[in-house]
Design a protein around this ligand. Structure first.
Ligand SMILES: [Zn+2]
Length: 259
């Protein structure tokens, strides 16, 4: 390889490496959501688009305004805006709380660079399909990241972008919260959403690179096996029986050979 072409390759590599401006994210633990979410696991997540650099806590919370006699803690978007008011960060701040929003949504943009995700009640929905809450949060980070890239920076415009029918797409509205199980693991970007994204000014191969990373949002292999066993218990027992018989026959044969 000539010196000239090797320099050109190096230049190409540098350009490719720096293709996307890394978005720095600060995770904000509101209350005690770290009892449910493994923030260390999220912090270790690797993406070519964003990285989780900081974690901050907000422990002292005001009493919720809601006064309906029920004891559950529910905040409005405005209350969360106030709670996150002092958070300043040169990047994106994503807060996670284990309390509900009073309008039953699970995510709100509470500032141009501030988002709050409510995981209240979602753990039981996700655990039925053995989907981790950490994957649910990471999936939402991709959604927020793409909105940032498209300069869609408020709830109204975001909701207009989302579609109310469930397609397993990153931009499903999930009006029925139970639908989150269909677009948390390996979410797709449906043709309609691809069209809308391609209309905006985005880096070359942006969608391909994003989709490559979305495919990696999946449960660990061991969870897949557990899932399979709970889904097909009889088949699993038969397979176990078949293999244990096979191992038994093989060891008998081996023993005879040694003798
Ligand atoms: Zn879509």
């Amino acid at each position: 390889m000539s010196q000239k072409s090797s320099n050109k390759d190096k230049l190409l590599m540098i350009q490719k490496k720096g293709k996307y401006n890394m978005l720095n994210i600060k995770l904000v633990i509101i209350g005690h959501s770290d009892r449910v979410v493994n923030f260390d696991l999220i912090k270790k997540y690797k993406s070519k688009f964003f990285n989780f650099l900081d974690i901050e806590r907000i422990n002292h919370l005001p009493n919720p305004v809601k006064d309906d006699g029920y004891l559950d803690i529910v905040y409005s978007k405005t209350e969360i805006q106030r709670i996150m008011n002092d958070i300043e960060y040169d990047g994106l701040s994503i807060a996670i709380m284990n309390y509900g929003f009073n309008d039953n949504f699970y995510m709100h943009r509470v500032g141009t660079n501030k988002v709050c995700i409510s995981i209240y009640g979602l753990e039981s929905i996700l655990s039925e399909k053995k989907i981790s809450i950490e994957n649910f949060i990471i999936k939402n980070v991709y959604e927020i990241f793409i909105f940032n890239q498209l300069k869609i920076l408020n709830d109204e415009d975001e909701n207009e972008f989302l579609h109310s029918d469930t397609r397993g797409c990153l931009f499903d509205m999930n009006g029925d919260k139970r639908d989150i199980v269909y677009n948390t693991e390996k979410p797709i970007i449906c043709d309609e959403c691809k069209g809308k994204i391609n209309n905006k000014l985005i880096p070359k191969n942006f969608l391909e690179d994003i989709q490559g990373e979305l495919l990696k949002i999946d449960k660990p292999f061991i969870k897949k096996i557990e899932n399979f066993i709970s889904k097909y218990p009889l088949f699993s027992v038969l397979v176990t029986f078949f293999f244990s018989t096979l191992i038994n026959l093989f060891s008998n044969w081996l023993w005879e050979m040694i003798k």
